[in-house]
Design a protein around this ligand. Sequence first.
Ligand SMILES: Nc1ncnc2c1ncn2[C@@H]1O[C@H](COP(=O)(O)OP(=O)(O)OP(=O)(O)O)[C@@H](O)[C@H]1O
Ligand SMILES: [Mg+2]
Length: 244
Amino acid sequence: MGRDRFLPRHRVGIPIASSTPLVLEAVCLTLPSTAGPVEILRGVDLTVASGETVAIIGPSGSGKSSLLSIAAGLETPTSGKAILFDTNLAGLGEDGRARLRRGRAALVFQSFHLLPNMTAEENVAAPLELAHRKDATTEARAWLDRVGLSSRRTHYPHQLSGGEQQRVALARALAVRPELLFADEPTGNLDGANGALVADLLFDLVSETGAALVLVTHDVRLAERADRTVRMKDGRIDAAESAT
Ligand SMILES: Nc1ncnc2c1ncn2[C@@H]1O[C@H](COP(=O)(O)OP(=O)(O)OP(=O)(O)O)[C@@H](O)[C@H]1O
Ligand SMILES: [Mg+2]
């Protein structure tokens, strides 16, 4: 397969989206617990520009995953706004959010979330089919090839190693050529060598497809590869620093 498939959007004639992938304004999240309400997010502002890569770091419990859930429209803020592709998520129901994400935003989690009853190839093809892309199977094979798993395409997730499963998850997320990729600790369950392989693939593929990236990680060296690092502490952005 030619490498031109993976050139940035503008070089393959795909128009670069004019919308801002993500804007969070004064996002707060308070959830009930047996010990009373817990303030998980306390006023977070964050804008991610088209093609920009942003790493979110910070201690365990500081609200990184909660922020990602709100940004992706999987959770609703208690107050404040989450605006995905210029659309306020508050105005959409669950189906509307799923439609807005389809083909435009993708997620990769720490545990791989592959569908257990589908082969690697079927897992990658599924979102392509949902987005009505032609040749979903051919595309899925090309992406499995890209992540070095051509020989594993008929394997089920339980027949794959953790690193292989995460590479399938990356292929599945990026095959639809999303404008925005959310990744929550995508190397967190992998050993050093596999983690490095997945990290390299993640940044290579994001750069090749021109996707914006919001990456939650504990790994400072991984965060340094992003255009910008945002540090969270106690549900707030502690300091924002540019890594470039
Ligand atoms: N459903 C819930 N109800 C009450 N509290 C919750 C709920 N989900 C998360 N929390 C609390 O919110 C805080 C932030 O959780 P979150 O998962 O966002 O942290 P995190 O920064 O991603 O941590 P880690 O690095 O360990 O993944 C934690 O103190 C957690 O206990
Ligand atoms: Mg987390």
